[in-house]
Each structure stands twice: as structure tokens, then as C-alpha cells.
Design a protein around this ligand. Structure first.
Ligand SMILES: [Zn+2]
Length: 947
């Protein structure tokens, strides 16, 4: 009926809906004007359900129509966080069925607010209900009989998370309207939801981003309805650091939004955490196509299918086309915001509805591939053009959410029983099958990194103890001070998932995101499983928070030495000691009977040194030893580099994590915008330019956002008070241009060090700042990730892919400063990046005047892909087509003029996860002068530079 035609609302249609809505609204009375306004904002009668076709009238509680002066989802309007929160407070003030909680504050200081909705009894009993789910979460203190008694008077808590991705704008208003409906409607279905559940709603989970996007809409998008000529739909920043990646933060919990939701989770133990996204026509309710993560309790996979099928069935029965499930992502990686539930015995789920990225109605096209009838899409959306409105999007979100709540209310006791059962299963597995524990030895070359990894586990409410005595187990002995993760605990499954390698099936469908998140691999540390149940009789001190190990200062100087054993904190130490002379040993040496590897620090006698060393040792967990005189070893003095971080306006997402990591360590740097690069004089301002991974092709890296959109200021004004953070611009379009590229080249030629990560390395290698490196066929840029199962088979055959896996590498130059702290054979985390050939000399042959066909020159290769000693390529995750990758450059160090380009073919700064890879980048910063002093073909860096 709607296939291939354009649907336009007529007044006649609106009139004919009125009676149907009035019939279905009983016993509610529709609020005056609400039926007409909702009908007028809806594009086609099939895009509306009776449930959301009116607002129930209330004499005491303000409706969104009443409060906003318009219906939620009205065309051309978006509510910002202040107004959304004001409405939430008005609702809570007027209704005994609603309460408001502040669950956190954003990076820019905005409140993160949550509503709790239930009947009057539920609201009065919130503390008891919270206590009930908390008790069910731990089967060690709640036996099955006690659990049944608790379940009889407990309720599932259902949590909705809106507007995490700020340009997915519809869910905030959908949730405000649903909150009102849940609070006041007298429909039997709504009454049962209120009686059986506690509904939590976070209407603006990323308020910094929401306010920027709302201002962006009014400044650049309002009134524009032609999708073909729309300017960029999103400001360059949402949050201070992350953009889309903000929902890839569950394991590491770095963003305030993630922290708030995790805190909420461990207070309320919601049975469902439901994240509202926008991306598919018209509503996709997540399940994943498989492969499935074996460390999630299998009950969960049936639970989320049940919920999804109920939604598909309910909306399909209402005649709403385009509601589907299954065909989106896999279900192997649980690294998203909702995954806090998946990883802690609850249900994490989400929608992708069809958002316009603007509040205006747009003519959209449903691709034929998404319009076929399938078992997972029984009533497909119409192929071809559709006029789609913000209210259409809202109607689908709110109707499906109500269907999910209706299902949960009808299955309340079963859902609670499953929640308890999953905790029980996890605990029992740890009691009855090996491994019985993981042992994390202290030290491991970097005791602070060990403590940080333990801190991440504790942050997930995984219990970790510190052993008080020597542990003699049948598979190994461990000294006192070893960290022990016993697996007889409710979150055993998550502990196993985080502490063991991932094995993504080689014949599995195309993964949506990373395929490895193993913490020991990310941290380059060991966590050793034990099959000896005797570990349970060890005396352990439970750890309530991340340990903070202090370092040791042996002796009183005047010279101090520090062994380089791979400590990640060396970069921080260099800037804590910024005013002091530090020299770095080119080779291993002995002093006082101790072996010092290459990269170890020599701090000559200087005023104030001892206090600074003591402070640094204590703060960062680093050990210093005293010497009477400087040792006789070739070494290079290294000043603390002046760092510049270039963040192109066209993509701020991945570099946000690099900024985050520097900010956390309080490393000073200059934020370089496109216009700062264009302005030149870079060598006067900074010594090292860091250019991180960007999801941009070469032309986009140079030319940036289309100039046709410009000028696009991103500045604080009375109309746009949220703009201009963390950086401002008079015009974010145009990129660095050829002009900026020339300035970068000048920076290098004048003796600067340019370090590029991931796809950022396309700029120097393919842009020609350094020569001799050709891009090989067979690699894929990261942006082809998430292609869905249809593209998987072809992609697997065609390309080399490491979609977020830990894979082995070999240092070709183990004495290069980039290798300090690492063994010659190690591994790093790699996503899908272009593949580069081994550099070649240029030969000008008559038959081939433009190709690189001379002899290979391996001298710029610092590190190559693969393990020369023959270890399996994959450490954790999976790789495809790896034969083409092995032997090719993983890190190149190429001189150009008086400077150098160091190009990484991976991203050592991936979402603050791969902490063990970061030292390679820190090495470039710490040893910038030594790298600049290296000549082409130089494998022995024994020449010294002037301090
Ligand atoms: Zn999203």
C-alpha cells in the first residue's frame, strides 16, 4: 500500500483518525488538541499506534503539550537539556508516581538526570525495591528459597537511556512523553506497568552533546528540508572527548556518562538496560546475528529474543511497517553502554529507529535491501521515497518501548528469577569448574599498570583480593602480594571474558566493532588461570578500590638511575620532572650490580633532584636507585618535548581518546586546529606533532569539511552558548588544505617530528611527505567496519582484516628508541587500516616511469607485522587475510629534511584500552631528539645530540 509512493498527510485523513484514537483512549480522556497535533505531525497513519495517538488528560500533572507549548516530536523543534530537565522536575513535583534523581555530572558540568516511575506504592518503596534486586544479584547471600520470597515482593527495574549519540535526536522527547503517559494514563496496560515494574528514564544521557546539537539545529538546519543540500548535521564535538565512540566505553568507564550509568546499574540492578539509537528504517530491535559471546549466560540470549519478537509482533499487528530484529551487528562484543547489563547478568538491548538527524521532515529513501520480507522483518518498510518526520520516529520508539514494558510487566517474576539464576550459574561455574581463579602477579615490569588493570576489574564490581601469604598451588607458586580474582562470584563470567583471549570464529559474520578486549592483552600483562581449587583457602584482603603502589628511592644521590622495564608512566614522569636534565641510555649497562636495559634513565646531579625523584617515585610507582657518578654508557639527553596535537575539524572522535590520555596524565600539549596548521610557524611552537587516527580518506584529511557549507563558526555566542568547547573556530570547513599540508611538510623539514597513528599515516605516506611507501591492495580502512553480514563473505575473501584484534609484531630494529621497554617480539592491538608495502627505491625505467619498482629498502621499518619466531599471528580476537600483512611495516621511521616522520600502521591510543601499546608512542615523544638525530639507514643510534 505504501510501496514506492510518497505519502502526504491530508486533513481528511487526520479527521478520520480522530474517532479511532478516541475509542482506543478510553478510559483516558485525550488532552484537548493532542490528537490533532499528533496526527498532523505524523506522515502516514500506518506510522502511528493507538497507544501514542493522544495524550491522556490530567487535571494536575503538566503534559509535554502543556509544558512545551507543542507536542513532543513536533516538526522543527528540539528540546535542550535544561528544558527537558525542567519538565522532568515539573512532572515529579506534580505526580506521586514520579521521582527525579541526579545520577552524575557531565565533563562540562551539566547534570545527568534520571526519572523513576511506578505506582504510588512503588515510589514509596523504592529503597526496599532497590534492596531486593541488590539481594538477588548475589546468590552467595541469598539461597533459592530466600530468593523466591524476595521475588514475591520485588519488581524488575527497566532502564531507558536516551540521546547517547547526540545527533540521534528523537529519543529525548519520546521518553519525556512516555514518562508523562506512564505517570497519568488509566489504560489497564499502563496501570499494570506501574504496578509491576519500576521504570527508569535517562532522557538526556549525554547533555553536553544534546545542547550542542540543539543549538546546531537552530543555527544551521532549521527550515532546511532537502536532504540533498543539507549542511553537516552535527557539531564537531558532542562531549569533551568522544563522539560516536562514547558508547564503546563500558569496559574502561572513562566518560562521565558511562560512569553515571554504571553507578546507577550497581545501585538499582535493572533487569533491562535499553539504549535508544537511530540508524535503520523504521525500527530495528537489537539481537545480533551471532557469533555469540560464550561468556554471557545463555538465558540472556533467549530473553532478548523474546522481548524483541514481542516488539516486532506487537507493532506489526498494529499495521506499523518496518519493525525488524536480528539483522544488526553480531552478539559477540559487549562493549557498548547497555553492555553493563549484559556483562552483569541483566539484559542489555537497544533500538535503531529512523532518525533524520534534524527535527525537520525529510524525504528519505528506504533501500531495496532493507525492504524485503524476511523472518526477522515480517512487514517490511516500503521501498523507495517516504516523507519521514520527527514524530514518526517518536511514534515507533515510544510504541515499541511500551510494548517492551508491557511484556516485562507480564513476565515480571520470570525476569527476576532469570536474573537471580544467572548470578547463581556464574557463581556455581566458578565453584565447580576450572579455572577457579586468576592470579595477577604484582610487578610485571610495571606495578602501576598492574594496579590500573586491577582497578578496572574492581570498577566492574569484580571482586579482587590481595594474597597475604605465599600461594603454593599445584600449577604454580605465587609470592605474597599477588592479586587474586576468585571465580566463585556472581560476576565470574565477566571476569573470564575480560581476563582470557577472545576467539572470534574465523567463519563468523563480519564483526561490528572490536573482536578483542582481553585486559591482559591490552595491558601487556599476565593473568594466570589456576585449576587448583585450593586457591579458595588462601587468605585474601579484599580490595575496595584501585591500589596505589609507591615506588622506591634507594640511596641519597647525587646521581639517580631508573631501569626501563616498560613502565607506561615514564611519559608522565618526564613531565613531572620537566625542569630536570634527563639522559637516556642507548645501550644496556651495569651499575651497582644491577642490569639496566637500553632506554633506562640517567639523572645527573642537579639541584632539587632528590625531592623531585622522591615525589615522582611515590606518585607514579617508579623505582630510582642512587649512584655516586654517572655510568659510562652512551646516552642521549632528552628535553621534555613541546607537544602539538592536531585535531582536524572533520573528525574529532578517535583523537579525543589521545587527548583524554594526555589530559589524564596532565601532559601539557598545544591543541592544533586546522587553522593553526594553516597559519604555519609550527616548528617555532612545538617539537612533536601528533596526528592520531581519523576515519577519513586522504582527500578528506587534507580538504576537511566541504567549503560549500562554510563559513560554519563553532563559537560561543548568545544563541550558541554551548559551542566553542573544547576548541572554537570561525569556520570549521576547508580542512588544512594544500596550504596546511605545505606547513606540515615545512615543520618536518625544519627539524620537527611528525607522529601519525592509524589512518592518519595516510597523510605523510600517501600524500608524499615521505617517499617510497606504496599503499598495497587488500587492506581496508576502518570505516568499512560494521558492513553487516551481507558484505561479510566478500570482504573476508577480498581483504586483510584485523577488526580490533591483538596480533603479533617483531621489532626489525630492537635498538631503536621506539622499542625501549619491549622485547623484540611482542604484540599490539590492530583495527582495519590500509596496508603498506615495504619501502622501495625509485627506479626510472623506460617501461614504467611512475612506479616504485626498485629494490626494497627495509631500513625505515622499525617494527613489522608477524612474529619472526613463528608464534601464531593472533593473540586475541581474529584476523583474516593475515598472510598479506605479515612482514609489512607496522611502524616506519622516515627522515625528511631535518625532521622525521614516524608512521604507525595501528592506533596505540585506542579508547584508553591498549595501555601496553602506549609506550611505543610515549617512546617517540620521550626520545624525539634521538629519533631526529638518526640518519637514514642508521641502525645504531650511538651518536649524541646536544642537550
Ligand atoms: Zn547511535
Amino acid at each position: 500500500m505504501v510501496r514506492g509512493i510518497i505519502l502526504v498527510l491530508s486533513l481528511l485523513q487526520a479527521g478520520s483518525w480522530l474517532s479511532a484514537a478516541q475509542t482506543s483512549s478510553a478510559p483516558d480522556t485525550p488532552e484537548a488538541g493532542s490528537v490533532e497535533a499528533i496526527a498532523a505531525a505524523t506522515g502516514d497513519k500506518h506510522f502511528l499506534s493507538p497507544w501514542v495517538s493522544y495524550l491522556p488528560h490530567s487535571a494536575t500533572v503538566p503534559s509535554p503539550l502543556n509544558f512545551l507549548g507543542r507536542i513532543a516530536g513536533a516538526p522543527g523543534e528540539l528540546v535542550d537539556s535544561a528544558k527537558a530537565y525542567a519538565y522532568c522536575r515539573a512532572l515529579a513535583a506534580a505526580s506521586p508516581r514520579v521521582r527525579v534523581f541526579t545520577i552524575g555530572h557531565s565533563e562540562e558540568g551539566r547534570e545527568i538526570l534520571m526519572l523513576a516511575i511506578a505506582d504510588e506504592n512503588g515510589i514509596r518503596d523504592l529503597d526496599r525495591l532497590k534492596n531486593a534486586t541488590a539481594t538477588l544479584a548475589d546468590p552467595r547471600r541469598t539461597d533459592p528459597a530466600a530468593a523466591e520470597r524476595i521475588i514475591a515482593n520485588a519488581r524488575p527495574v527497566y532502564y531507558f537511556n536516551a540521546a547517547l549519540h547526540s545527533d540521534e535526536t528523537g529519543s529525548t522527547e519520546a521518553m519525556l512523553e512516555m514518562a508523562y503517559r506512564l505517570a497519568v494514563s488509566q489504560q489497564p496496560m499502563i496501570q499494570r506497568i506501574r504496578q509491576q515494574l519500576v521504570v527508569l528514564i535517562n532522557p538526556v544521557s549525554n547533555p553536553d552533546g544534546r545542547d550542542k546539537v540543539v543549538e546546531w539545529f537552530y543555527r544551521y538546519l532549521k527550515g532546511k528540508t532537502d536532504r540533498n543540500t543539507l549542511p553537516r548535521q552535527s557539531p564537531p564535538y558532542w562531549s569533551k572527548y568522544a563522539f560516536v565512540d562514547i558508547n564503546r566505553d563500558t569496559h574502561q568507564q572513562t566518560h562521565e556518562t558511562t560512569k553515571a550509568v554504571h553507578r546507577m546499574f550497581h545501585q538499582w540492578h535493572p533487569t533491562v538496560v535499553h539504549d535508544l539509537h537511530e540508524g535503520s528504517p523504521f525500527l530495528m530491535t537489537w539481537n545480533g546475528t551471532g557469533p555469540y559471546n560464550p561468556n554471557i549466560d545463555p538465558i540472556t540470549y533467549t530473553e532478548f529474543l523474546e522481548l524483541s519478537f514481542h516488539e516486532v509482533q506487537t507493532l506489526t499487528a498494529m499495521g506499523m511497517p518496518g519493525v525488524s530484529t536480528w539483522n544488526f551487528g553480531e552478539a559477540f562484543a559487549h562493549l557498548y553502554l547497555d553492555s553493563v547489563a549484559m556483562n552483569h547478568n541483566s539484559i542489555g538491548r537497544g533500538y535503531e529507529t529512523w532518525g533524520n538527524g534534524t527535527a525537520e521532515t525529510l524525504r528519505r529513501v528506504v533501500p531495496p535491501a532493507e525492504a524485503s520480507m524476511e523472518w526477522y522483518r515480517p512487514l517490511p518498510p516500503p521501498a523507495g521515497e517516504v516523507d519521514w518526520s520527527a514524530r514518526d520516529n517518536l511514534n515507533y520508539q515510544e510504541t515499541a518501548a511500551l510494548a517492551a514494558l508491557d511484556y516485562s510487566a507480564g513476565s515480571a517474576k520470570a525476569m527476576l528469577r532469570n536474573f537471580y539464576q544467572k548470578g547463581w550459574d556464574s557463581w556455581q561455574k566458578g565453584l565447580n569448574e576450572p579455572p577457579y581463579a586468576f592470579l595477577i602477579p604484582d610487578g610485571q615490569g610495571d606495578r602501576t599498570r598492574v594496579a590500573q588493570m586491577v582497578g578496572r576489574l574492581i570498577g566492574q564490581h569484580i571482586e579482587v583480593g590481595l594474597s597475604q601469604q605465599e600461594l603454593k598451588l599445584k600449577d604454580g607458586d605465587y609470592p605474597p602480594g599477588t592479586y587474586v580474582v576468585r571465580l566463585d562470584q556472581p560476576y565470574r563470567n565477566y571476569a573470564v571474558d575480560l581476563l582470557t583471549p577472545q576467539r572470534y570464529p574465523k567463519d563468523g559474520s563480519e564483526p561490528y566493532d572490536d573482536v578483542s578486549w582481553e585486559l591482559p592483552a591490552h595491558y601487556h600483562l599476565q593473568a594466570i588461570p589456576t585449576a587448583d581449587p585450593a586457591v579458595r583457602s588462601a587468605t585474601l584482603t579484599p580490595l575496595a578500590e584501585q591500589p596505589h603502589p609507591a615506588g622506591d628511592v634507594a640511596g641519597g644521590g647525587p646521581v639517580f638511575l631508573m631501569r626501563d622495564t616498560g613502565q607506561e608512566e615514564l611519559l608522565t614522569a618526564r613531565y613531572r620532572l620537566a625542569g630536570f636534565n634527563i639522559e637516556v641510555a642507548d645501550h644496556a649497562f651495569q651499575a651497582g650490580g644491577i642490569e639496566f636495559p637500553a632506554g633506562s634513565w640517567v639523572l645527573p646531579a642537579q639541584s632539587g633532584l632528590i625531592n623531585a625523584v622522591r615525589f615522582t617515585a611515590n606518585d607514579l610507582g617508579l623505582d630510582f636507585v642512587s649512584a655516586a657518578a654517572v655510568p659510562d654508557v652512551p646516552r642521549h639527553p632528552e628535553k621534555a618535548a613541546r607537544i602539538g596535537v592536531w585535531v582536524p575539524w572533520a573528525d574529532t572522535d578517535s583523537i579525543g581518546w589521545l587527548r583524554y590520555s594526555l589530559d589524564q596524565r596532565r601532559i601539557p600539549y598545544t591543541y592544533l586546529r586546522d587553522e593553526d596548521i594553516r597559519a604555519g610557524g609550527l616548528r617555532d611552537r612545538v617539537d612533536v606533532v601528533l596526528y592520531g587516527h581519523v576515519d577519513l580518506e586522504l582527500a578528506e584529511q587534507v580538504q576537511g569539511l566541504p567549503k560549500a557549507w562554510g563559513p560554519m563558526p563553532f563559537k560561543k555566542t548568545p544563541q550558541t552558548p554551548s559551542f566553542g568547547t573544547p576548541a572554537e573556530s570561525d569556520d570549521i570547513t576547508g580542512g588544512i588544505g594544500w596550504e596546511g599540508l605545505a606547513q606540515l611538510q615545512r615543520f618536518v623539514e625544519e627539524g620537527g617530528l611528525l607522529v601519525t597513528l592509524g589512518s592518519g599515516s595516510m597523510l605523510p605516506l600517501e600524500g608524499g611527505m615521505v617517499r617510497g611507501v606504496r599503499r598495497s591492495s587488500g587492506g581496508v580502512p576502518r570505516s568499512t567496519q560494521g558492513g553487516g553480514p551481507d558484505s561479510a563473505a566478500a570482504a573476508q575473501q577480498a581483504a586483510t582484516r584485523t577488526p580490533g584484534a591483538h596480533v603479533r609484531v617483531t621489532f626489525d630494529q630492537p635498538d631503536h628508541p621506539l622499542a625501549y621497554g619491549y622485547p623484540a617480539q611482542t604484540y599490539v592491538f590492530r583495527q582495519n587500516f590500509p596496508l603498506y608495502d615495504v619501502p622501495r627505491h625509485w627506479l626510472r625505467m623506460a617501461y614504467c616511469t611512475t612506479c616504485l619498482d626498485g629494490p626494497e629498502d627495509r631500513s625505515p621499518i622499525v617494527m613489522e607485522w608477524g612474529d619472526r619466531s613463528g608464534e601464531p599471528f593472533v593473540v586475541s580476537g581474529q584476523a583474516w587475510g593475515e598472510a598479506r600483512l605479515i612482514g609489512r611495516p607496522a611502524i616506519l621511521d622516515m627522515p625528511a629534511g631535518r625532521g622525521h616522520v614516524v608512521a604507525f600502521n595501528f592506533n596505540p591510543m585506542h579508547r584508553d584500552l591498549n595501555r601496553g601499546d602506549q609506550r611505543m608512542l610515549w617512546n617517540a615523544i620521550l626520545n624525539w631528539q634521538a629519533i631526529l638525530a638518526r640518519k637514514a639507514n642508521q641502525s645504531d643510534p650511538s651518536n649524541k645530540v646536544a642537550p
